[in-house]
Write a protein that binds this ligand. Structure first.
Ligand code: A3P
Length: 317
């Protein structure tokens, strides 16, 4: 892969997935480090599927006895982007971190790696006795549109060095349909976690972004229960669920100074302005960017690839 475009950073094909060069290079070290210091809960996702939101919700719920979601002054999610509260293992930054918020049990970490490329101890569905996994997925059309906006906003190293600017959307769409983007094909990423959740007997929680938006409270309760910290009746009466949802909401998070002006250290190097992690947060925004013909083409690719898996994207009527 000689060409360099932000949406599709120097990719190498590895065991069925297109991995950014830096991710592939880091893989052996990530595995070795994780084996030494396994997490309790791993939040996994394909990029632009709701990772930032899931991290905020999981962190706020898991740490609520230490950090009250009613604390409108000191809560860590008011001064740190959720990616700095729950670290990616795909980098080694989770090892740099020894503050209790990121190391206290349940220790939360996250990943964009496909299930089959996770460290052995993270593969919860296969009896390795490691961590539990929460996976969030999103309709490919909205994921692609979200990716392309992210891409257009972020200044990638190649651009800073005078390299290729963001790719035309049509070209990105064509490559996406072929599965070519960082960590793609998206549907194979989803399929692996879906199948893991089916054989895992309760160690993989599978969430959909669309369902989370439709019923945030129900999905937050499900998440807390899965993480071993269900909301008590007293907490329900006190409005803890509502407080967490408000704290983690797109409007609240987007308008925090840290998310307007702060920067996030990318897991493959460089930095990203935090504001690029927050945009519309809608279902079906693809209709503003993808023609019905293109949508039918991508849906066809996905349907064919997922045939027999029992999985369908989006809300099931
Ligand atoms: P859009 O670009 O469609 O708006 P990720 O966190 O995996 O990078 O995904 C980013 C997507 O999640 C973006 O979607 C972003 O707007 C949305 N998002 C970020 N924070 C959110 C929140 N608190 N609630 C709902 N959606 C959120």
């Amino acid at each position: 892969q000689g060409s360099y475009a932000p949406l599709f950073p120097c990719l190498r094909q590895y065991r069925g997935f297109w991995l950014p060069d830096a991710v592939l290079r880091n893989l052996p070290t990530v595995h070795a480090s994780f084996e030494k210091r396994p997490a309790d809960i791993l939040l996994a996702s394909f990029p632009k599927s709701g990772t930032t939101w899931l991290k905020a919700l999981a962190f706020a719920a898991a740490r609520r006895s230490v950090h009250s979601p009613f604390d409108d002054v000191h809560h860590p999610l008011l001064s740190r982007i959720s990616h700095d509260c729950v670290r990616f293992i795909d980098t080694l930054r989770f090892l740099e971190d020894d503050d209790t918020d990121t190391t206290a049990a349940p220790r939360l970490v996250s990943t964009h790696l496909p299930y089959s490329l996770l460290p052995r101890r993270a593969r919860a569905a296969d009896g390795a006795g490691g961590c539990q996994i929460v996976y969030i997925c999103r309709d490919p059309k909205d994921t692609l549109v979200s990716l392309s906006h992210f891409d257009a906003g972020v200044k990638w190293p190649s651009q800073a060095e005078g390299g290729t600017a963001a790719m035309e959307f049509e070209e990105a769409f064509k490559l996406y349909c072929q599965g070519q983007c960082g960590l793609g094909p998206q549907w194979e990423h989803v399929r692996e976690y879906w199948e893991a959740s089916k054989r895992s007997s309760g160690s993989v929680l599978f969430l959909k972004y669309e369902e989370m938006l439709q019923d945030p409270a129900g999905n937050l309760r499900k998440l807390a229960e899965f993480m071993g910290c269900p909301f008590t009746p007293a907490e329900e009466d006190a409005g803890v669920v509502r407080a967490i949802l408000e704290l983690c909401s797109l409007d609240k998070q987007r308008n925090l100074p840290v998310n307007r002006t702060g920067v996030y250290k990318r897991y493959t190097g460089g930095t990203i302005d935090n504001r690029f992690f927050f945009r519309k947060g809608a279902v079906g925004d693809w209709r503003n960017h993808i023609t019905p013909e293109m949508a039918a083409r991508l849906d066809g690719v996905v349907e064919e690839a997922l045939k027999g898996s029992g999985f369908t994207f989006g809300l099931v009527e």
